[in-house]
Write a protein that binds this ligand. Structure first.
Ligand SMILES: O=C(O)C(=O)C[C@]1(C(=O)O)C=C[C@@H](O)C=C1
Length: 254
């Protein structure tokens, strides 16, 4: 189960359960990175000279999101679009998602910073230089990475809700005085972050190894650099998740 959105009917809304979901999402993210790393950078995707508004990748993401919006993707409070303006209405009858989050949480969208770090900082570290012309397939795997990262980072809303419900007396004073730094301190668990970094590095090693039929696993060669996967979490994924948590808590008493 990769949902952060807990099952209210069974009254399960625990930090452990949401952390389990974050752990499961690590698998998704690592596999997405492995898929993207099959292709070289393909820089033409990201240039603004394709006759579209913006780059070819923007065009593909915007159009794909429009189709997925028709299928109801963004009715799920865990999903946030990269181009939320002018999304078409869903054509399907909406599923009833449990209302767990405070309504102000819906306005938090961290996708702009996610887009920026992914394309400008992270991607050049992940993939080889070069152009093999597979623009549509490359853009599809960029979108898979972006959506997996976005979903994980925005799960911070659920993490924050649970932390608030578990200890309202601790969170209310800094929320009332809108103290970001105090909130950041309250919600940070350094030991958990250390486990996340180590586990993601190990997953990149395990999922990205060459699998052969004889027992010797090639120790040295991985499809993505395990240290880069850990760095992705350390430098961007966890800090942005915490940013979502702080933004959510700041609005929690509105
Ligand atoms: O598990 C938590 O408590 C979270 O808030 C999630 C998370 C993370 O992004 O993995 C973020 C902040 C904590 O310091 C530890 C981990």
């Amino acid at each position: 189960d990769v949902n952060c959105n807990p099952d209210l009917a069974s009254n399960k809304l625990s930090l452990d359960e949401i952390r389990d979901s974050l752990i499961r999402q690590e698998d998704t993210i690592v596999f997405c990175l492995i898929e993207r790393a099959k292709f070289p950078l393909n820089p033409k995707l990201y240039h603004r000279n394709h006759g579209f508004t913006g780059s070819l990748v923007e065009f593909i993401v915007r159009e794909t999101e429009a189709i997925q919006a028709k299928a109801g993707r963004y009715e799920n409070p865990e999903e946030n679009a990269f181009f939320p303006e002018h999304l078409p209405r869903p054509l399907v009858h909406p599923h009833k998602y449990p209302k767990v989050l405070h309504p102000s949480g819906a306005s938090i969208n961290m996708n702009k910073p996610i887009w920026d770090f992914y394309f400008n900082k992270f991607l050049p570290l992940l993939v080889a230089d070069g152009d093999d012309g597979n623009y549509a397939a490359t853009a599809a795997s960029d979108l898979a990475c972006l959506q997996a990262l976005s979903r994980r980072i925005h799960c911070g809303k659920y993490v924050a809700e649970v932390k608030f419900r578990d200890a309202p007396h601790e969170y209310e004073p800094p929320i009332r005085s809108q103290e970001r730094d105090s909130l950041m301190k309250l919600l940070t668990f350094e030991a958990v972050e250390e486990m996340v970094r180590k586990r993601v590095e190990k997953k990149a090693r395990v999922f990205g190894q060459e699998v052969t039929l004889n027992n010797t696993i090639d120790g040295g060669k991985y499809k993505i650099d395990p240290l880069l996967a850990a760095r992705l979490y350390d430098e961007w994924v966890m800090p942005l998740t915490k940013e979502v948590e702080v933004e959510y808590l700041l609005r929690r008493l509105e």
